[in-house]
Write a protein that binds this ligand. Structure first.
Ligand code: GLV
Length: 327
């Protein structure tokens, strides 16, 4: 019996690849960079399964160029790179990897928050550049994390995990968005309208998916409401923040600091003005980047592919509508 063809758009941890290779004819895009559009179209043309990354645009044209496709599996929890409506219209289930990266991403969000509060990256550069001459009473003053107010925008899985970390550091936690009031109560987080949260929080951490509604949720108007000492942390998606407005807010002192794991676009171009600012710390979308978590993501992404190939319900399906009455 011929094995089903699966195209994997980059080398992923073995836990996932090995599982696929047991029963599928797997082709892996071995380059460090994503497959260019023509390569993606060509490789998907005879694939029954597509395991893609958040850097691959999977749109209606790609789906139509892959007539044998039975399943799309994203190696991520977010899925804004995939046209879900188009997939649903074509009866294609789309898989993602929720849950397994929650704590790891929350760890990074909190690491960014702490690094911004205490100006860790600036301080490291200061020492490396030989500028450390003496202990200084006014040297590298930052902000206290304990006792500060943490504003979580999007109290979903990752937002809750960041909120718990905040409580562990004796922060007061307020939130906007996310409907799990029981979880909020258990954490001790108080709900606020968005404008109130923006005005009240010392640290604002973003945990919403990128959708038409959240695109540029944090814009010039939002920055106007924030405290001049506010720190913005973004581990969600770059497009949630208007990056031009962010540059002006940081440059003019309207807010104090931004720590970003995600940018718009990604990667951030080397001449982007945000890279000229000392009060903007940017890391390359590494929220879920630990050995253990990336292996777990690979395994779930592979399990989603296999379920789709067997015509079974995906363990983690973004568009269960494709199952119609079977739901
Ligand atoms: C990473 O950003 C993810 O969505 O998993």
């Amino acid at each position: 019996m011929t094995k089903p063809r699966v195209f994997v758009t980059r080398r992923i941890p073995e836990a996932g690849l090995n599982l696929l290779q047991e029963s599928c004819d797997v082709r892996v895009w071995e380059d460090e960079l994503p497959p260019p559009r023509e390569a993606l179209l060509r490789e998907a043309a005879d694939a029954e399964g597509l395991l893609c990354l958040l850097s691959d645009r999977v749109d209606a044209a790609l789906m139509d160029a892959a007539p044998q496709l039975k399943v799309i599996s994203n190696f991520a929890v977010g899925f804004d790179n995939i046209d879900i409506t188009a997939a649903t219209q074509r009866g294609l289930p789309v898989g993602h990897t929720p849950g397994v990266l929650t704590e790891t991403t929350a760890d990074l969000a909190f690491a960014l928050l702490m690094a911004a509060a205490r100006r860790i990256v600036e301080a490291v550069h200061y020492v490396q550049e030989g500028r450390w001459k003496t202990w200084g009473p006014m040297l590298m003053l930052g902000q206290d994390v304990h006792g500060a107010t943490l504003g979580i925008i999007g109290l979903g899985r990752i937002g809750q995990a960041v909120a718990r970390r905040g409580r562990g550091f004796d922060m007061r936690v307020i939130y906007h968005g996310g409907s799990n009031e029981e979880a909020a109560r258990a954490i001790g987080a108080e709900r606020r309208p968005l404008d109130d949260l923006l005005a009240e929080a010392d640290f604002i951490s973003l945990h919403v998916p990128l959708t038409p509604e959240t695109h540029h949720l944090i814009d010039a108007r939002a920055f106007e409401r924030m405290k001049p000492t506010a720190v913005l942390v973004n581990t969600a998606r770059g497009g949630v923040v208007d990056s031009k407005a962010l540059y002006h807010a940081l440059k003019s002192g309207q807010i104090a600091y931004a720590a970003l794991d995600v940018t718009d676009p990604e990667p951030i171009p080397p001449d982007d003005p945000l890279l000229t600012l000392e009060n903007c710390l940017i890391v390359p979308h590494i929220g879920s980047a630990t050995h253990a978590t990336r292996s777990r993501i690979a395994l779930i992404a592979a399990q989603n592919v296999l379920a789709g190939l067997h015509g079974e319900r995906l363990p983690h399906c973004v568009n269960p509508e494709v199952y119609g009455a079977q739901r």
